[in-house]
Design a protein around this ligand. Sequence first.
Ligand code: FES
Length: 95
Amino acid sequence: MGRLVIEPEIFSGEVPPNKSVLQLLLELRIPVLHSCRRGLCGQDLIRVKSGWEHLNAIEDPECGTLELLRVNDQPMRMACCTKVVGSGEVVVEIV
Ligand code: FES
């Protein structure tokens, strides 16, 4: 199981590989904009501060949404599509 840190001071701990960052935020009752839960609406943008290599791959439609938002050249993901895979540590920040 991988570790996830959500900044600022929101969460730090292990997460199962099938749980998205958005699912975790909602379980923690952290108010975060979201709608589609599948990478289309672009509301739940997060910045990956470290551990990018421990995340699942970006697929469509998230890939297209990141392009539309012009952040595809930055370490950004949609929280609903982002999961920690493997046993590494990932640090993300809600933007
Ligand atoms: S909830 Fe719509 S892109 Fe994540």
